[in-house]
Design a binder for this molecule. Structure first.
Ligand SMILES: [Fe+2]
Length: 137
């Protein structure tokens, strides 16, 4: 969703938050591949069904707003929802990592990804709230 969002948003602050997280996510895949290999498992790049639905829902509504600021609120909210979903997945992975005694360095890769997801969520929510505040001005 992030590449499409980056093309669509009007707000400079929101675009910067999306761009920064887009850069971070380029590292997430390779880190996850290392974690899977540490477990002797083969990684897959398939989107999970809830993530696919979030992207589909966003695509259906994007471009249907007559107010650019309101559309950016929609984009920020959709991106934040995705970050919540990703954080939930990392929380499950970290719980599993503890259960299977994943090596410390591999666990650190998961924790680093999760921390970046949490920071992205914080920034997206901050941008969403700022944009909502500007709606009445
Ligand atoms: Fe993310």
């Amino acid at each position: 969703m992030l590449p499409e969002l980056h093309e669509s948003v009007q707000s400079e602050g929101l675009a910067a938050a999306v761009e920064e997280h887009l850069e971070q996510t380029r590292e997430h895949g390779p880190r996850l591949e290392k974690v899977f290999r540490a477990l002797g498992a083969e990684p897959s790049s398939n989107l999970d069904p809830p993530a696919e639905k979030l992207v589909e829902h966003h695509s259906e509504l994007a471009g249907s707003f007559t107010n650019d600021r309101l559309e950016d609120v929609f984009h920020a909210s959709a991106a934040a929802t995705t970050e919540h979903h990703e954080l939930s997945a990392y929380d499950a992975l970290l719980a599993l990592a503890q259960a299977v005694e994943l090596p410390h360095d591999a666990r650190g890769l998961l924790e680093r990804n999760r921390a970046e997801e949490a920071e992205a969520l914080r920034r997206l929510q901050q941008e969403r709230d700022r944009l909502v505040g500007e709606l009445g001005t």
